[in-house]
Design a protein around this ligand. Sequence first.
Ligand SMILES: Cc1cc2nc3c(=O)[nH]c(=O)nc-3n(C[C@H](O)[C@H](O)[C@H](O)COP(=O)(O)OP(=O)(O)OC[C@H]3O[C@@H](n4cnc5c(N)ncnc54)[C@H](O)[C@@H]3O)c2cc1C
Length: 387
Amino acid sequence: MAAALPVPAAAASAETAPAATAPDVRVVALSRASEHVLTHAGAWARIRGSRLSRYERMRIWHESVTPTSAAVLVFDAADVGEPNLGYIVETRLLQRALLESFVAAGGHIERAAFDSLEITDTEVHVATAGDGDRGSGPALTARLVVGADGAHSALRAAVGLTAEVSSYRQTAIVATVSTARPHESTAWQRFMRNGTLAFLPLADGTSSIVWSADEELAANLLRLNDAAFAAELDRAADFALGETHLVSRRFSFPLQRLAAARYVAQRVALLGDAAHVVHPLAGQGVNLGLLDAAALAQLVGAAVARREDPGALGVLRSYERWRKSEVAAMATAIDAFDRLLAHGAGPVARLAQHGLSWVNRSQELRRFFIRRALGVSGELPEAARAR
Ligand SMILES: Cc1cc2nc3c(=O)[nH]c(=O)nc-3n(C[C@H](O)[C@H](O)[C@H](O)COP(=O)(O)OP(=O)(O)OC[C@H]3O[C@@H](n4cnc5c(N)ncnc54)[C@H](O)[C@@H]3O)c2cc1C
């Protein structure tokens, strides 16, 4: 289905960015389910290349044990007969691949920002603000408008859909580092009383760190010079990969959770961070958004095939019921990890910390969690399933 997509100039320029750009410090871990969705959309072939990193293992441990202890939880793709557990891809390359495949499928991109909308019984009229000097952008008319405009969604606000927002009181620090020891295509994650530290393996041998630290600690870390920051990073990682050196600037993101009370209204559907924001410790935000998009496309496609109105509330409500329950289950699990493993104290938290080594001892449990990490459990849209 061809559609018009208002994209602000910064995002639209990703479409034309040459392949040989400097690496983007923002990377995301993509699940197997996301790989299938992107393949279905014609975007995966555009991402494949020397900058795509496959990770084969995850090593997860609590600060109460050493990185080499038998209590470290190890998820290995080989345990479930898979070649890898997923991919690390630069955000900018992912955006470019998606915009290119959208255009290749007949989509049309306007460099404009969403401004306001008017919903009638049969259509929705969208006014856009122009790029740069242009005061107003093109007016768009459709039967359905999809808000994929992030946590501060202007579309969500314009339609009057409310969202529950709360702060994790943590800040994520993101950077690229070189490490003394090779990352062995492994994602490393340490849970600490004051946050979570992850090393995501990149194709060139460096690692992308996501350090979700309590606000005060993060503020102190951001004030340090590069060498002092690297020394703190080494201590926080318990030297799992040896000494580290920063090879990029540091970026920081205050962390919040967000849950829209409704994902849909007449002729309007929200997806991705516009509908829900989860803690990055499980690397699921983009994966959830891609599943939203696949589920919505499937239901809208089926409605069009039945000659029904794709913007009708009945069609959109099925999307909301499907995705809201899947997202709520994932968000609850992620928050439990953050509460019990990253910040927990007391008997329940100690039980959860021991739980890591219990999971490690059971092949069945390990397989259960690996399937979750691959994103191949739950009620999957057709595009997210293996062919
Ligand atoms: C530190 C960190 C690490 C993360 N790591 C991972 C990971 O490993 N794996 C993973 O799956 N997720 C990860 N996430 C989550 C992921 O980054 C988000 O879930 C994801 O970016 C959300 O995508 P989105 O397209 O819904 O929203 P956004 O990325 O916020 O994109 C919204 C888009 O809408 C545009 N927009 C905004 N307003 C307007 C307007 N008025 N008109 C037109 N366009 C507009 C914006 O310019 C932007 O291009 C991480 C998040 C953080 C903070």
